[in-house]
Design a protein around this ligand. Structure first.
Ligand code: TRP
Ligand code: ZN
Length: 882
């Protein structure tokens, strides 16, 4: 039985360590079940620290096999070793001193995938956030930085490859069957960035010449036979390295950069210094097996991890409360990279869709927390969309407020001032203040106040004075632990459009400070008066989603359609279309619930089809416009008392109405948006595929017949088209013979490719309706399913819970009961994975009462278990309480 100490860590309790770590020497003798780890650590006592102070090192499930201080054994009375800590007393008065620790660990038995584990015969490590303490006793916190030397000894035949961080020092034979390799990482780093990989893998090699002319060897390691599928990742890596030099002036700093793909991984990827470890899902791609979305994800995640080399590794975090310092900033950097590589507007639309679906939902529920939290029980549970995506939005707002040059000056100062250090959010913000002279005190509330601000706007035009006044009010909702909030600095970009579609630049603005097209809202309620406005303007508010808020602004569909047609900001055009769509979708859900006929505003259909057919717009944008808000987004808009069946029925009726009205257009898009020639994953081709496939989806509503999707499935020559056709078949016609044939054909063609089988699992797990649970249960018995592999579990159980609103929220509560069983089962092996999937219940209070009761029951059953990990206990208690 596990005992959760229930210990809460507070930001306010931070203090530096008593001892400074000078260097680390690690020797691993790898063995599947008994790996010996010897750690030689050199410390000195920090100035002013009492000579009697003990050295306390962190551990997690460790047993001590040997301990030396300055190479000598010490009296048993001088130390205490438990699985969680090693405490050494009476340390030498004269420092530095050396501590040598031996531990024996079992990589094969490590199902948590934290620390050193074995995946498919490959030894690999995952140390962020607190995995290093599962390898050896150590001051396992991000503000303890040191250079590392790593020696790896292993069986030569099974492990021809021995990798760690930094530069390769050398290797040699070691007895008859073994060999060893030594690595040295000169850049001081915290333990969470340590990595070791050993095994037998194939490699793709390339090189990159940095801006100062140094040649860096690039290596991507994958399972033998999969080398060709790493080509795109390599290409993305080189583009990332170049982009970081050009845009942020950041050059790579070692002789070699390595990426290793592993098949068992808790998250997307990890930025270990010089040795990134990836979930193979985010490395491997070819046209036959990867969708356009997969390519885009690979590009983004390769970039993200590479960018961490500066934002995270060279400058790291003082403590885990500062996580957004590396994650929010690095997400911002990878967003900008993708925007530069692809279509900026389409990238922004996709980002905002994701932000609203995930982060706004988190921020509105029991798991809401500030971008920089002030307390946690389990740090693994704070790798959240708030820290990552809202953290990125906060960085983007700094760029909006300071402008390009101001932002660049602040970033340059940050790199210059804090290189080699463990920094805080305050340090970061201070760089922008010092570089530009701006006071960012009020702005910093974005880091400390949780909750998505609601901004309510209203406008009035005064024809006699040719002025337009815009009143704005901000309100930040209460969140767990934060009831009263201060008004924030809200950088709201806007445009004023005249009747002919042109934009008017006001002669002057009073009431609210404005720079360029950005209004700087600072008070709870403020009114801006724009002068020199010749006629009633249509206001386009929050252009480019300059600020992550919920905007309440009663605009007529006609005004929204005007924006959708004339805005120069593409994002705003898309947003206007969504704002026209949403009331139709929410009303349809209400009507479906009450058994009324469902009506759809013809003006909405007209505006949507006009955009879809507008050939001056890029296909990817048109596809985004046609992708109506998801059922989850409609639920969020409705706010409470949700009935997922009614939302689904209402949305289906609207889709059918659009499909019927636009049948000719969809037919011509389906016929016309082809991508002749060899497959290319570039953004333009992907956009055409997206538009063609959404047209196919609408045709399936108009025709209500699986024939066309079935033909598309048979004709597809790439995974994007194939998976889309299969999704349409399965979701629209689950019992049709064409669907059963297609599912079987897909399985037999890709049975040897687990990542593609994940798509097969996901497509079936997300088939709407009550039958989904039975299907998911049956798929768990399928030989393809492996409850120990996180990708399989996420593809089946995770997508069922997160992405199948009607199936998961079955009225009888069976979906929740299933989830509870699964969580308790997964938690025994992999707490991190269990806790994450459990967050699928975070919005349970917004369900209609009968479903909410069932959900509460399932949560309480989890809570009652006396064998929960800290991870799951933390989530379940917060979800129930909040
Ligand atoms: N730092 C990683 C990233 O964002 C993510 C990460 C944190 C992670 N903890 C992890 C990855 C645990 C795998 C396992 O890039
Ligand atoms: Zn990251």
């Amino acid at each position: 039985m596990r005992t959760d100490t229930g210990q809460v860590i507070h930001l306010a309790d931070y203090r530096p360590t008593d001892f400074v770590l000078e260097r680390v020497d690690l020797t691993f003798e790898l063995d599947p079940t008994e790996t010996k780890v010897e750690a030689r650590l050199i410390f000195h006592r920090r100035e002013g620290v009492d000579v009697a102070a003990p050295l306390v090192l962190d551990g997690d499930e460790l047993t001590l096999a040997g301990l030396l201080v300055d190479q000598s054994e010490i009296d048993a009375a001088r130390y205490t070793a438990t699985p969680e800590a090693l405490t050494i007393r009476d340390l030498p008065e004269a420092t530095p001193f050396e501590v040598t620790i031996t531990t024996i660990i079992n990589p094969e038995a490590n199902t948590q995938l934290m620390g050193l584990y074995r995946s498919n015969g490959i030894y690999c490590t995952q140390c962020e956030a607190e995995g290093f303490r599962r390898i050896t006793y150590f001051p396992d916190r991000p503000d303890v930085l040191a250079p590392y030397t790593v020696n790896i000894i292993a069986d030569k035949a099974a492990n021809p490859l021995l990798l760690s961080n930094g530069n390769f020092l050398g290797g040699a034979g070691f007895g008859p069957d073994k060999h060893f390799a030594a690595w040295f990482d000169p850049h001081p780093k915290p333990s969470y960035l340590f990595a070791l990989v050993a095994g037998d893998l194939g490699v793709v090699e390339d090189s990159f010449t940095t801006l100062s002319g140094r040649e860096v060897a690039l290596k991507i390691y994958v399972e033998h036979g999969k080398e060709a599928r790493a080509a795109y990742a390599m290409d993305a890596l080189k583009r990332s390295m170049k982009w970081d030099e050009e845009v942020f002036g950041r050059e790579y700093d070692l002789d070699i950069f390595m990426v290793v793909a592993v098949s068992d991984f808790n998250m997307g990827a990890m930025e270990n210094k010089g040795l990134n470890v990836f979930n193979d899902k985010y490395v491997l791609a070819d046209p036959e097996t990867a969708t356009d979305a997969d390519y885009a994800n690979i590009e983004a995640i390769i970039a993200h991890e590479y960018f961490h080399n500066w934002t995270g590794n060279r400058i790291t975090c003082r403590d885990w409360f500062q996580l957004c310092l590396k994650e929010g900033l690095t997400v911002y950097r990878d967003h900008e990279f993708s925007a530069d590589q692809r279509s900026r507007a389409v990238k922004r639309i996709a980002e905002v869709r994701h932000l609203k679906a995930e982060q706004f939902t988190e921020d509105a529920g029991p798991l809401a927390h500030p971008v920089r939290p002030v307390k946690y029980r389990e740090i693994n549970n704070f790798y959240t969309t708030t820290v990552y995506e809202k953290g990125s939005e906060v960085t983007r707002m700094i760029a909006t407020l300071l402008g390009r040059d101001g932002f660049k000056a602040g970033m340059d100062l940050y790199f210059e001032r804090h290189d080699g250090e463990a920094a805080t959010v305050e340090d970061f913000v201070k760089c922008f203040e010092d570089a530009t002279g701006r006071d960012l005190t009020q702005f910093s509330l974005w880091y400390s106040q949780a909750g998505t601000p609601v901004v309510t706007a209203s406008g009035a035009y005064d024809a006699t004075n040719a002025t337009f006044s815009l009143s704005l009010e901000q309100m930040i909702p209460a969140t767990p632990g934060q009831s009263a909030k201060e008004p924030m600095l809200i950088p709201l970009r806007l445009g004023l459009l005249l009747e002919d579609g042109s934009e008017v630049t006001p002669a002057s603005v009073s009431g609210i400070e404005m720079t360029g097209d950005v209004l700087h809202l600072t008070q709870r309620a403020q009114t801006a008066v724009f002068s020199g406005i010749p006629s009633r303007p249509v206001v386009s508010l929050n252009r480019g989603f300059s600020v992550p808020i919920n905007l309440h602004f009663n605009q007529t569909p006609a005004d929204l359609a005007h924006i959708a047609r004339h805005e120069s900001d593409q994002f705003a055009r898309w947003q206007a279309l969504i704002d026209i769509a949403l009331p139709n979708l929410t009303q349809a859900a209400r009507d479906a619930r009450e058994g009324r006929d469902i009506a759809c505003d013809p003006a909405f259909i007209e505006a949507l089809l006009a955009t879809a057919g507008d050939e001056t717009l890029e296909p990817a944008f048109r596809a985004q416009a046609l992708t109506l808000p998801s059922e989850a987004e409609i639920a969020r808009e409705l706010g409470s008392d949700n009935n997922p069946d009614a939302i689904h029925a209402g949305r289906t009726a609207i889709l059918t109405a659009v499909a019927t009205a636009g049948a000719d257009l969809f037919q011509s898009l389906y016929d016309g948006m082809t991508t002749p020639g060899a497959f290319s994953p570039d953004a333009e081709s992907a956009g055409k595929r997206a538009l063609r496939n959404i047209a196919l989806s609408f045709l399936s509503y108009a025709e209500n017949d699986p024939a066309r999707a079935s033909a598309a499935f048979k004709a597809a020559n790439n995974m994007t088209d194939l998976a889309q056709a299969l999704t349409i078949l399965a979701h629209r016609f689950p019992d049709a013979p064409e669907t059963l044939d297609a599912l079987a054909a897909f399985e037999s063609r890709f049975r040897d490719n687990a990542l593609v089988i994940d798509k097969w699992l996901t497509i079936q797990a997300t088939i709407p309706g009550d039958g989904a649970l039975t299907r998911v249960r049956a798929l768990q018995q399928n030989p393809h399913y492996n409850p120990k592999n996180p990708n399989r579990v996420r593809a089946l159980v995770g997508t069922f819970a997160f992405s199948n609103p009607t199936g998961f929220n079955r009225a009888d509560g069976a979906g929740y009961a299933f989830l509870a069983d699964e969580i308790l089962d997964i938690d025994r092996r992999n707490p991190q994975l269990a806790a994450r999937i459990l967050t699928s219940l975070r919005s349970w209070r917004l369900l209609e009462p009968a479903r909410a009761d069932h959900a509460r029951e399932a949560l309480m059953r989890i809570e009652r278990s006396n064998d929960l990990s800290t991870d799951v206990r933390d989530i379940v208690e917060r979800i129930l309480k909040g």
